[in-house]
Design a protein around this ligand. Structure first.
Ligand code: FAD
Ligand code: SIN
Length: 528
């Protein structure tokens, strides 16, 4: 079946829905999501959104903090642009009904603090900001007659000139092939402009705070369609994920440290962050994550402690109601005792190369949000700059599409998906096995601290898996699991190749073989 829209957006998180809402006045827009609409990382965001809103704070300070966290690899022009747009982006969310916590006295909103920020700068909705943002954007999208929301539709690949009925060789993008979980058929959705807003690739790692669907689909699809991918070695590890044998991906927001939470070595009972950095618990994430990793490895620990129990119980419950309740259910009262935490993969700093309008290398293809490498984050993302990036680039892509509508390529006749030479996958177990293998070797060999030898081991394994998965994809009918596995192998390969090519330690990429930072900051850019 072939569907046609003016604009097709893959992804219903902050980036995708922001783009849709900014286009819907003049365009017919479809937004697809591979599961439920609210299942992306946006709904899981805890801490909040960074913007200069406090007296005494300045755009220069926010830019400076972003560049320091990013270890100088950021694109200064993009950082200035995004930081400058932040207050307006927050205002628009407030207009859509996001109930940001009110400030006391003269301040309109309560601003919390997170690592790497020199000021209180984070607007939030208690400790569940992302859920409030997701709900407000979804409500506005549902109510708009020009937006069609399509959950349970798993994009497989971008439709390009190669898929045209006349086999044109144009590199332009004309939509997507996607697997409908409802009909179990592959559908062709064509559009004059396509926006990838598919989020990150955190599930390439065994331990990740990211949702199940963060398998790097957009990055892999854009790469296969001929777009450059950049800085994939910079995988961010959040320092404080709950350590629990049952629940492996529950984040303890950085705002806990922002409001005074201390990191303690459970064996010595000693606070350790001041030994590693003068900013102690509020150093940028890469530094805190490496410090925890080092304590754990040196003392053979399973976890370290994060302790906020010295603050008033009423304060803790008011600021962190969801974390308090969740952990109480697991037998930990955070107003009285410390929380066991470990680092876990959290954010994908690299991705599809875009300019400030969200344009990719392929005509007709845009990208926004965590799927991109926009130049904002550099070698390490500053906390709470990510939702901001989604809002700014979602809107920028929409504006560019509107302004350049006449020059966007009209979709040609497209060949439907061909299933004539495939059969049903006979052994699901091979998919599960391969998925588990990737996540384990990525965690062990391409983690917080790297060496060339470990990266080469990972590369050998990924080469083998690539051949196997290419075989499954050629011979069997696609399923959502196979689609994700194919993308995971692709992004794992991109991460390993990028990491091997960086001969220095910068930001999130730390290797024992090249412990120094190079004099010049240069992006890793992979060209298909
Ligand atoms: P997402 O919100 O992840 O949405 C991705 C969308 O793409 C989903 O709808 C998904 O279904 C869809 N999709 C993916 N693949 C396909 C496919 N093949 N076919 C169709 N659809 C597809 N950032 C902050 O700034 N502040 C915070 O406080 C914060 N807290 C966080 C807490 C947690 C636990 C996590 C995991 C992240 C946090 N982040 C935070 C990061 C931030 O939430 C994400 O970077 C951001 O929400 C990404 O938004 P997005 O729109 O790019 O993608
Ligand atoms: C957090 O709340 O610690 C996450 C913030 C972020 O990832 O930006």
């Amino acid at each position: 079946m072939i569907d046609a829209y003016d604009v097709l957006i893959a992804g219903s998180g902050a980036a995708g829905l922001t783009a849709a809402l900014n286009l819907a006045a003049s365009k017919r827009v479809a937004v697809i999501a591979k599961g439920r609409l609210s299942e992306g990382a946006t709904g899981w965001a805890q801490g909040g959104i960074a913007a200069v809103l406090e007296d005494g704070d300045s755009f220069e300070a926010h830019v400076h903090d972003t560049m320091i966290a990013g270890a100088g690899l950021n694109d200064l022009g993009i950082v200035e642009h995004v930081v400058g747009e932040a207050p307006r982006a927050i205002e628009r969310l407030a207009e859509l009904g996001v109930p940001f916590n009110a400030g006391d006295g003269s301040e309109r909103w309560h601003l919390t603090r997170e690592g790497g920020h020199s000021h209180r700068r984070i607007v939030h909705v208690a400790d569940a900001t992302g859920w409030a943002v997701q709900q407000a954007l979804e409500k506005a999208a549902v109510e708009h007659p020009n937006i069609t929301l399509v959950p349970d539709m798993v994009a497989i690949d971008l439709v390009t000139g190669r898929h045209a009925a006349d086999f044109s060789t144009s590199g332009a993008v004309h939509g997507l092939y996607a697997f409908s979980r409802e009909t179990r058929q592959v559908e062709t959705i064509v559009a004059r402009a396509t926006i990838l807003a598919t989020g990150g690739a955190g599930r390439a790692y065994l331990y990740s705070t990211a949702p199940r669907g963060a398998t790097g689909d957009g990055i892999a699809m854009a790469w296969r369609a001929g777009c450059r991918v950049s800085n994939m070695e910079f995988m961010q590890f959040h320092p404080t994920c709950l350590y629990n044998l049952e629940i492996k991906n529950f984040l303890i927001t950085e705002a806990v440290r922002g409001e005074g939470g201390l990191l303690i070595n459970p064996r010595s009972g000693k606070r350790f962050m001041p030994d590693y950095d003068e900013r102690a618990e509020l150093a940028p994430r890469d530094i805190v994550a490496r410090a925890i990793d080092s304590e754990i490895k040196r003392d053979g620990l399973d976890f370290v402690h994060l302790d906020i129990s010295h603050r008033e119980p009423a304060f803790v419950k008011e600021h962190f109601p969801n974390i308090h309740e969740k952990l109480l259910g697991l037998g930990i009262d955070i107003t009285r005792e410390p929380i066991p935490v470990v680092p876990a993969q959290h954010y994908t700093c690299g991705g599809v190369v875009v300019d400030r309008h969200g344009c990719t290398d392929a005509p007709g293809l845009y990208a926004a949000g965590e799927v991109t490498q926009s130049g904002l984050h550099g070698a390490n993302r500053l906390a709470s700059n990510s939702l901001l990036e989604c809002l700014v680039f979602g809107e920028a892509a929409a504006k560019h599409i509107d302004a350049h509508w006449g020059s966007l390529p009209e979709p040609p006749a497209i060949r439907p998906w061909d299933e004539s030479r495939v059969t049903d996958l006979d052994e699901e177990v091979v998919i599960q096995q391969s998925w588990g293998e990737i996540r384990r070797f990525m965690w062990n060999f391409v983690g917080i601290v790297r060496t060339t030898k470990r990266l080469e081991r990972a590369r050998n394994r990924v080469d083998l898996l690539r051949r196997e998965v290419a075989g499954y994809y050629r011979d069997f009918r696609v399923t959502p699991d196979l689609i994700e596995l194919r993308n995971l192998v692709e992004v794992a390969d991109l991460i390993i190749r990028s990491a091997l090519s960086r001969h220095e330690s910068r930001g999130l990429h730390y290797t024992l073989d090249y412990p120094e930072i190079a004099a010049e900051a240069v992006d890793t850019v992979l060209v298909p």
